[in-house]
Design a protein around this ligand. Structure first.
Ligand SMILES: [Cu+2]
Length: 301
C-alpha cells in the first residue's frame, strides 16, 4: 500500500467539518458522533470527475475514470436528516455525473455534465445506511462505474448510537482488463459489457496491510459492493455478531456466517475478534481472487 493514510482530500462544510477520505480500509473516519453533532446540518460534498492512470499496487496500473483522482472515490460521511449539497466539477474529457443511492430525488438531477461544467444539486438524506455512489453518464453509466467511478456514502443514523468499535470502510469492484508485460491495464469494454472482470478486489488495491486489533475488540465494516457480481461477505475464523441489511440499523440479523450484498448495494457488519490470532475478510463467493486483493487480513493480539 503506497497511498498515505493521511491523504485527506477535500474539506468543505457549512457548519461542522465533512472530511472526504480515500477508500482505504483503515483510513480514520470522522465517525457517527462528530458527523451527526447535535442537530441536522447542511453539508457540501465537493467532487471532481477526472480521467487518469491509477496504481493498483503490486506493479499494476490501470487507466481509470475517477472521483477526485482516486478509485474508489472518497468516502462521504453525513448524518440522517442532513441536507447534502453535491458539487461535481467535471475536469475530464467526457461527460460525468453523480448518482448517490442515499437520495430520494428526481434522477435527472444526477447529470451528466459536460467537460468543464459543474453539476450542483441538494437534498435531505432521510434513510440511514451504507450507500453506493457512482457516475451517472446516461447510456454509458455501466462503463463509467466499471472504469472506477464509484465510492461509499455513509449516512449515519441520528438518535441511535452505534456501539463503540474499530471502524473501516471496505468496497468491492472489478477491473476489466489484463495487465500487459509492464503491468499496465487497458480496460476492455467487451469485458465490461459481459460483466467479466479480470480482477475483483477490495478498496481498489491488490495488496492490503493487516489490520491490527485486540482480541475481544469489535470491528464495524461499512461495506459497498460496486459489482459486477453478488458479494458474500465473510470473515474467516469469526461469525458476524450483527449484519445490517443496507447498513440500516433497523435491518438487523444476529450471528450469521456470511451476508450477501448484491451489486449496487451495501451493508454494515459487526464482528468481535474471538481470540488472539489471524482472521481474514473475504468474499466467500470468489476465494480464487484472494491473491488479487479480495482479502483483508486482521491480526488480533
Ligand atoms: Cu463518469
Amino acid at each position: 500500500m503506497t497511498r498515505s493514510r493521511s491523504r485527506i482530500l477535500s474539506v468543505i462544510s457549512l457548519q461542522l467539518g465533512l472530511i472526504l477520505l480515500p477508500g482505504l480500509a483503515w483510513a480514520d473516519l470522522v465517525g457517527q458522533q462528530s458527523t451527526c453533532g447535535t442537530e441536522p446540518k447542511k453539508t457540501v460534498v465537493a467532487l471532481t470527475g477526472q480521467e487518469k492512470v491509477v496504481d493498483l499496487a503490486e506493479g499494476v496500473k490501470t487507466e481509470a475514470w475517477t472521483f477526485n483522482g482516486i478509485t474508489p472515490g472518497p468516502t462521504i460521511e453525513v448524518c440522517e436528516g442532513d441536507t447534502v449539497r453535491i458539487v461535481l466539477k467535471n475536469e475530464g474529457k467526457v461527460a460525468h455525473g453523480l448518482d448517490s443511492h442515499a437520495f430520494r430525488i428526481n434522477a435527472t438531477k444526477f447529470g451528466p455534465v459536460e467537460p468543464g461544467e459543474t453539476l450542483v444539486y441538494e437534498k435531505k438524506v432521510n434513510a440511514p445506511g451504507v450507500f453506493m455512489y457512482h457516475c451517472a453518464n446516461g447510456p454509458l453509466t455501466d462503463q463509467h462505474i466499471k472504469m472506477g467511478m464509484y465510492g461509499v456514502m455513509i449516512v449515519y443514523p441520528r438518535g441511535q448510537k452505534l456501539r463503540p468499535a474499530r471502524e473501516i470502510v471496505v468496497s468491492e469492484n472489478g477491473v476489466y482488463g489484463e495487465p500487459d508485460p509492464k503491468g499496465m491495464i487497458a480496460p476492455s469494454t467487451e469485458r465490461m459489457d459481459e460483466n467479466r472482470a479480470y480482477f475483483v478486489l477490495y478498496n481498489g488495491t491488490l495488496k492490503h496491510e493487516p489490520l491490527e486489533m485486540k482480541a475481544g475488540d469489535l470491528l464495524r465494516v461499512y461495506f459497498v459492493n460496486a459489482g459486477p457480481y453478488t458479494s458474500t461477505f465473510h470473515v474467516i475464523g469469526a461469525i458476524l455478531d450483527r449484519a445490517y441489511e443496507g447498513g440500516n440499523p433497523r435491518n438487523l440479523v444476529y450471528d450469521v456466517q456470511a451476508y450477501a450484498v448484491p451489486a449496487g448495494s451495501g451493508g454494515m457488519f459487526e464482528v468481535t475478534m474471538p481470540e488472539p490470532g489471524n482472521y481474514l475478510i473475504v468474499d466467500h463467493d470468489k476465494l480464487s481472487q484472494l491473491p488479487n486483493g479480495l482479502g483483508i487480513p486482521i491480526v488480533a493480539r
